[in-house]
Write a protein that binds this ligand. Structure first.
Ligand code: ZN
Length: 82
């Protein structure tokens, strides 16, 4: 059964992510990705922490959602390129 949450519920989750960023002295931005009534990705701005200008909250959330959709096997290892 899909939980019946409204936009305000999901925005509160994104807001809490923004507060996480604020506590880290980042620009306070949060993002959440919801599918079928479940959070599959969320993130907070991490530009300063990672020194990465692409580490926007929505990118972090998309990456998290991608890991949810396509989990990386723990046995996955990079192989040397020959
Ligand atoms: Zn952004």
């Amino acid at each position: 059964m899909i939980p019946n949450h409204d936009d305000e519920y999901w925005m509160n989750i994104a807001f809490r992510e923004a507060e996480v960023a604020l506590r880290r002295k980042e620009v306070p931005i949060g993002a959440v990705i919801v599918k079928n009534g479940n959070v599959i990705g969320k993130g907070s701005n991490q530009i300063e922490m990672l020194q990465d200008p692409t580490a926007h909250a929505e990118i972090i959330a998309i990456t998290a959602a991608g890991l949810y959709a396509c989990p990386v096997s723990p046995s996955f290892q990079l192989q040397p390129h020959r």
